[in-house]
Design a protein. Structure first.
Length: 360
């Protein structure tokens, strides 16, 4: 038996043991998939479920797309044999170690390590790193999304909100461009919350559908100070200290907070999926001299804009290359079904939210 075979056998035995110890279990329906979350004690299970609470609604079951079973185990510390092995960087945020059919992935910033099985239907998260719940949620969502990618859906770096009529509008852009700020403005206008920064989009034969990653929005002080509803996320002391900074400094300050959408906007605010009716690409700038405006994009322009915002989950990058927008037939199905727009000129989330509210 080779070293790799021995390590894989030992790892498989360890994971099976951890799963047997994880006697506290809770079944969920997330992104249309059945997920069993388990842990050896109730506390970590409760912490993870709290972050999924807005999405635990009947609307979580979908009449389209894949329907598979997954499991996530909040395990103990991983075997010491993994500590001395070399992880190869696969992005600025993650590093990878392959052990037979298992993938061991480490988050560079938080140190959270997790293991995905060969079928990509089970994930084990290392308990000491689970204090970083944002990373833990990202890991589970990434694994769940693989079934959708296999079914032909694409993953957009975008926020999404559902209109009063139930249709979904995507706000797509790179990080730090105002997706979340605009999204939360829409929630204040009476829209429902679909997703903060990851949305799966696919054609079901008669319509375009959008499926959100179940995750709470994360905002910086610039967003908090621009919206009175959100100021309760900061203590009186924090508000006083941050008030002395200029607005530009607040936008650039990396001090993000989760937004408990049910507490701020009311129970029932989340809508896990819906028919896609519009996509707005943010091409504005805080330093722009031109006034804010909305332009309609032509079909031939869509591929180049979409290519900037397409994503592949970390686990997916190991198994497949990122699809190129120019090669994808999916966008042809936008014709007559989805309005595609571009926000240009000055950074103006409130104006954009008002425009979307009036036009969708």
């Amino acid at each position: 038996m080779s070293f790799d075979d021995s390590l894989e056998s030992s790892l498989a035995a360890f994971l099976a043991q951890q799963e047997r110890r994880a006697t506290h279990r809770f079944p969920l329906v997330l992104m249309g998939q059945e997920l069993i979350v388990s842990a050896p004690t109730p506390k970590p299970l409760t912490s993870l479920l709290d972050r999924y609470a807005p999405y635990l609604v009947e609307e979580g079951r979908m009449p389209f797309g894949p329907s598979l079973q997954f499991k996530a185990v909040l395990a103990g510390r991983f075997p010491e044999g993994l500590d001395g092995l070399s992880f190869a960087p696969i992005s600025a945020k993650e590093a990878l170690l392959k052990v037979g059919s298992f993938l061991v992935i480490k988050k560079v910033r938080s140190g959270l390590r997790y293991i995905v099985n060969g079928e990509r239907r089970a994930v084990w998260l290392e308990e000491p790193g689970v204090s970083d719940w944002n990373s833990a949620v990202n890991v589970v969502n990434d694994v769940l999304s693989l079934a959708w990618l296999e079914a032909g859906f694409l993953l957009f770096h975008a926020g999404a909100a559902a209109t009063r009529k139930g249709g979904v509008v995507l706000i797509a852009s790179s990080s730090g461009s105002g997706k979340t700020t605009t999204l939360l403005r829409l929630l204040g206008e009476g829209f429902r919350y679909v997703a903060n920064d990851r949305v799966l989009v696919g054609y079901t034969g008669s319509s375009m559908q959008a499926v959100g990653f179940p995750k709470l929005p994360r905002v910086n002080p610039g967003t908090i100070f621009s919206d009175p509803r959100l100021r309760t996320l900061l203590s009186h002391k924090e508000l006083k200290e941050l008030a002395s900074l200029g607005q530009d400094s607040l936008w650039n300050l990396e001090m993000k907070r989760d937004v408990p959408v049910q507490e701020v906007y009311g129970h029932g605010i989340a809508k896990p999926w819906g028919e896609l009716k519009g996509v707005v690409f943010l091409e504005w700038s805080r330093n722009a001299k031109e006034d804010f405006k909305i332009d309609q994009l032509e079909q031939e322009e869509l591929s180049s804009f979409a290519g900037k915002t397409l994503k592949v989950p970390v686990v997916g990058t190991v198994d497949r290359s990122c699809p190129k927008a120019s090669d994808l037939a999916l966008f042809k199905n936008f014709n007559g079904r989805v309005r595609v727009l571009q926000a240009k000129g000055k950074f103006a989330p409130e104006q954009l939210a008002s425009w979307i509210s009036s036009n969708f």
